[in-house]
Write a protein that binds this ligand. Sequence first.
Ligand code: PGA
Length: 254
Amino acid sequence: MRNRMIAGNWKMNKTYTEGVELASGLADELKDGTGSVDVVVCPPAVDLKGVAEVIDQKKAPFALGAQNVYWEEHGAFTGETAPDMLTNIGATYCIIGHSERRGYFHETDEEINKKAKALMAHGIVPISCCGEPLEVREAGKHVEFVVDQIKKDTEGLEIADPSKYVIAYEPIWAIGTGKTATADDAQEVCGAIRKTLAEIFGQKTADGIRILYGGSAKPNNVAGFLEKDDVDGALVGGASLKADSFAAMVKAAM
Ligand code: PGA
């Protein structure tokens, strides 16, 4: 019912030249297709156009995503990127609310909610991230923390097609640390997220929304997460920076 999704978040890695090379290598690795798995790569903003060209030229079986967006249409917002600038170069997904943006750049749930609305108004699929810091996990309050984020981040959204809104649960203590949550940890929170989505949007919509796990997801552990009922894929940081490891994760999901 839900197609699995493997999304790569390159973060602030890869120059334009390196990005084109990585995308091209990935297109080669995945030349036989990805079955029913939806694959997305999210390069830095300055690499987007180059990766779009690789996808086009090689008929690559993956979609293009950005890592951030601003919610205004255009104007005096130095350094920001508008939704239609993304659609114009072929991006169809955009990560929002990543814990690095929440932490380093002080993004709030209210801003993340505005970004989701702006993206959806332009037909771009948000990959909206949530997740708790270590102290919240240690206090046993992770489920309520994430449920609260979900309620704020989705407030007032109209989700006509649930395949066009994606959530990524990324416990902050597991990102880039080599420390993964267990598959059961991921299921506990992803299950609570789906229950919350059902309360807000109804069961049918909740059943169509993909919920990804992220945080040190690797070729050798991704299958364990995917076995869980409410985990529909992975948002991959470090392991998306090499074509072979990212392709291996796609293949594990097929
Ligand atoms: P990681 O990053 O796979 O390197 O832990 C995941 C993410 O932050 O999206």
